[in-house]
Each structure stands twice: as C-alpha cells, then as structure tokens.
Design a protein around this ligand. Structure first.
Ligand code: F6P
Length: 557
C-alpha cells in the first residue's frame, strides 16, 4: 500500500453521470434488453450458468440470473472506468481525505491491515496504532474470559452488555449472532441500543450487577441514546453495588474516539479502547467497537475475522474490474436502480446465524448511499441508494416472497448460502440449500401460462398461478460461516457500497441526514419535560402532538 498523505481535497471535476458515454450507451442498451427474458438468455447460451460466475477470496458468486448480456457487463465496466473507480479505490486505500464533507480519510481497510504495512494519515502511519489497540483488546479479553478480571465484589464477570447504537450496535450484534457458534457460552451477551427504557430493562432483568460488565461504545460519546443508557447503567450498577463509585472502574469500559468525554463520564482512559475519526460508525465493527465480539469469540477468532476482511480488501484493491466481486455487485445494483428503476434490494441469508445481517446492511448501505447531492454539492439526477431489507431464508419464503415472485415491483435479490452446516441435523441443511436454489430458479424462470394449463389448472385460475419470472438475483455461496468468512462477506458489501457511491459521485461516508431529527428532539425534550405549559412554536401538528402527549403521559417516578 502506498504511503502518502493528502490534506482535505475538493472533489475532482468529473463529467456528470448522465453525460458519461457509458451511461448514455447503457440507456440505449437497456431499451433493447429490458424485455428479454432470462429464459431466452439461458436458452441461447447453455453455458451461461457456468460462465457468468466468479470466485475469489473464498466467495463464489453466480450472477448468471441477471438481466444482462456480455454487452451490459462491458458497458458497466466502462462506466466504472469513466467514473474513475480505480483512482477512487487508490485514494481510499492510501488515506486520502475522500470523505470531503467531514474532511476525513476513510480507512476501515487500515483496521485489518497486517502488522508491518503502512497507511499514512496526516503524516502518521496508522497501522501500528491499530495493532496496539488490538493487542490491548486481546489482553483485556483474555483477562475477562479467564476470570482474572473480577468485578467490584470479587465475583467473576458472567454478563457483558454493550451499549451503543447505529454502527456502535448493529455490527457488534450482527457479529455476535453470526459467530455465536464460536462464542464462549459461559458468558451472556446483551446489547442495549434503543432509548426506549424497555431495551435497558429487559437487558438487566435477570442479571447480577456484581457479575456484569458494561461496554459503552460510542465514537462520539455524545449520542443521546447511548449516553442516556450509559447513565442509567451507571445508576443501576451503583445501586446494585452499594453506591461505591470505585465499582465503576471494574464494571465499565469504553470504546470511543473521544477520551475527554469518556473521562467526564467517569471511565478511566486505561479502560478505554480507542479508535479514530477515519473509521466511520457503520464501518467500525472490526475496530475496538468489536470489543464485545472479541470477548465472545476470543482474540484468535477475531484476528481470523480481520484476515477475512483483509483478503477481500486485497481482492477489491487489486483484481481487474471484470473479476472483481464487489465491483461487479456494485455495478449490477446500479443497473437495476438506475435503469430498471428498482427501488429496493432484498438480502436473504440462508443461514440462521446471519439473522441480523440484513439489519446491519441497512445502515451500511442506506446511511452510506442515501444521498441527494453529488460531491460537488449539485443535486443528483439519478436514483441513488436502494432500500435494503431482508430476513433469513427459509422464513421469508412464507412471508413476503409472494410479492417478489408475483408482485409488481422488481426486487433484485441476494441469496447467501454456505455449503457446510454449523449444526448438521438430519437432512436440514440439504433442504435449506434446496430451497435457496429453488427460489433463485423460480424467480428467474417462473412458470408460463402453458405450463400452468398443462397441469390441468382451470382457465379462470391460470393467471393467478402464472409466475412471470425474469426476476434477477445473485447467489453467493461460501464454504462455511466462520469468523474469516464473515469478514469477507462484510467487506464484500462495504466495497460494493463504495463502488456504487463512486459511480454516483456522492460522499458515501458522511451522514448529515441524521442530524436534523436529532437537533429537533433536543428542542422537544425540555418542552415535554417542562413543569409548566411550554410555549410551542412548531407547526400545528407537532404542537398538538406534544400537548396531547403531555396530557396523557404518566410521569415516571
Ligand atoms: O446517527 C447516526 C450515527 O451517527 C451513526 O452514523 C453512528 O453509527 C451512530 O449514530 C452512533 O454514533 P456514536 O458511535 O458516535 O454513538
């Protein structure tokens, strides 16, 4: 990796997206291919299912069930070139401040860079600092897991509760659930994120404060939800341990970039695990924000996960675009969103342990690419980030798949499956995999009226039983869900998101869209809590909702 430093950069001028040659050519090409059915594409090319596949870093991608031909791929790759994707990848990996609205480098890739490599930000190689924190985390985790770290009363820690929200929660929860099979089952892990008191109450209802360790995870250490929950946890701990302030040191650790606020809260910075402003919240599960993950699966497994991330980083950084998994997946998303007008994208892991993966991806994709202006501040003239959603298979099949098969929306789907079961029980895994293959097949090829009639279906029922098909999907297959595999999978999506953001020429690393609601809530809180009737100056709807709530609410003691 090149070691060079760049100060905050203004976006380099680039031909607006819709004026790029490849974009225009894709528009013309779309008109030709939009009506072509996957039945025909497969009929014309018997080897299509083998040809349109890609395998790299232990991930196999079948992208044959997409409404594309070789020309589509050629034009999408040309679009990547005209969008200067290569240059942008190099800029990210070399520590340029590509998050221009926050004047920050974007270096989650440094979090998994091997010891000895160099990535320079503001004149400093950040990699040694990354490994110093990893070592500190490992030694802490070893002490907690072995029982050497004792609570205030001398009892060992049995419960670990992470407080955080957004990127300081979704990655840790997802990774904990995904890697439960590798976790220390003698420890109980909980995650409190919502400012709704129920989240806190349910997390603590059956645990002993003397055996509970709190991880307060917040990049800024100012987030309303996290700080509210952290203070409640502090009170709960003190109440449970006789009010001794000294107990905090044994029961609270922090993960943050903000040492001053951590100290203010009362956590010794010796018990703080640092990360940096060049790690975006939604890109932080492999930083110290993953402390709960490391406590659960142990330092060796955590390092294996980092190695998985790094392998995908290297693939993304070095592979030619036509053989580059994240690039291809990102370009295909552009194809559906911007040319077919698909507004959503379904992600369906056929792996129960990945049940929180769609929720995790929602922040990664939608907070990154839900943007309406380009890097130059002009309004985009195309559709940007799709809505990501999903549930694990096979559950979703008995719920919303009806709409994907026969509804009027085009929903490109990602099916994710693993060849090896983590819990081999009878025939379950074969059935699981049969279902994932069947869904992708049914979506692509459907069932014609002729086929339906042939089955003896009465004429009036035929239209109801027809599957139009031509619904596109990716099928991703990996060997087994391991920490390393999880790292690869997450990095695959991270870089696909980056690819899309680069084509749209947007800042995928800021999140100004979450600010306004936060500011307004801060204004409304004192209005709700005011002992006397406050003067309200909102719109008439907000005013009357506040008044109604004030009238109806019960004051908690
Ligand atoms: O409100 C959005 C956000 O800023 C996310 O980007 C971030 O992951 C989350 O809040 C939590 O922020 P913090 O880690 O600073 O508490």
């Amino acid at each position: 990796m090149a070691a060079r430093t760049k100060s905050a950069v203004k976006a380099k001028a680039i031909t607006p997206l819709t004026k790029r040659k490849a974009w225009k050519a894709l528009g013309i090409h779309y008109k030709k291919i939009a009506k072509v059915h996957l039945r025909k594409l497969f009929g014309d090319d018997p080897k299509r299912g083998e040809r349109l596949t890609l395998e790299a870093a232990g991930i196999f991608l079948d992208y044959s069930k997409h409404r594309i031909n070789d020309q589509t791929i050629k034009l999408l790759l040309q679009l990547a070139d005209e969008s200067r994707l290569r240059e942008r990848i190099d800029a990210m990996f070399s520590g340029e401040k590509i998050n221009i609205t926050e004047k920050r480098a974007v270096l989650h890739v440094a979090l998994r860079a091997p010891k000895g490599s160099s990535i320079v930000v503001d004149g400093e190689n950040v990699v040694p600092g990354v490994h110093a924190v990893l070592d500190k985390m490992a030694s802490f985790c070893d002490r907690v897991r072995s029982g050497a770290w004792k609570g205030h009363t001398g009892k060992r820690i049995r419960n670990i509760i992470n407080i955080g929200i957004g990127g300081s929660d979704l990655g840790p929860v997802m990774a904990y659930e995904a890697l439960k099979q590798y976790s220390e089952r003698a420890l109980t892990f909980r995650f409190v994120s919502n400012v709704d008191g129920t989240d806190f109450a349910e997390a603590v209802r059956d645990v002993d404060p003397a055996e509970t360790l709190w991880i307060v995870s917040s990049k800024t250490f100012t987030t309303l939800e996290t700080m509210t929950n952290a203070h409640t946890a502090r009170d709960w701990t003190l109440k449970g341990l006789g009010g001794d302030e000294k107990s905090i040191a044994k029961h609270f650790v922090a993960v943050s970039t903000n040492a001053a606020e951590v100290t203010k809260f009362g956590i010794d910075t010796a018990n703080m695990f640092e990360f940096w402003d060049w790690v975006g919240g939604r890109y932080s599960m492999d930083s110290a924000i993953g402390l709960s993950t490391m406590l659960a699966i142990g330092p060796d497994n955590f390092r294996a996960m980092l190695s998985g991330f790094h392998q995908m980083d290297e693939h993304f950084r070095t592979a030619p675009f036509q053989q580059n998994l994240p690039v291809l997946m990102g370009l295909l998303s552009i194809w559906y969103g911007d040319f077919f007008g698909a507004q959503t994208s379904g992600v369906f892991p056929y792996e129960q342990y990945l049940k929180r993966f769609p929720a995790y991806l929602q922040q990664l994709t939608m907070e990154s690419n839900g943007k309406h202006v380009t890097l130059d501040g002009t309004h985009v003239n195309c559709q940007t980030g799709a809505i990501y959603w999903g549930e694990p298979g096979t559950n979703g099949q008995h719920s919303f798949y009806q709409l994907i098969h026969q509804g009027t929306e085009l929903i490109p789907c990602d099916f994710i499956a693993f060849a090896q079961a983590l819990n081999p029980v009878g025939r379950h895994h074969d059935m699981l995999l049969a279902n994932v293959f069947a869904q992708a097949e049914a979506l692509a090829f459907g069932k014609t009226p002729e086929q339906v009639k042939k089955e003896g279906t009465p004429d009036w029922l035929v239209p109801h039983r027809v599957f139009e098909g031509n619904r596109p999907s990716n099928t991703i297959i990996m060997d087994k869900l391991t920490p390393e595999a999880l790292g690869k999978l997450v990095a695959l999506y991270e870089h696909s998101v980056f690819t899309q953001g680069t084509i749209w020429h947007i800042d995928s690393f800021d999140q100004w869209g979450v600010e306004l609601g936060k500011v307004l809530a801060q204004r409304i809180i004192p209005e709700i809590e005011s002992a006397t009737e406050p003067k309200l100056a909102h719109d008439s709807s907000t005013n009357s909702l506040i008044r109604r709530y004030r009238k109806l609410r019960k004051i908690s003691s």
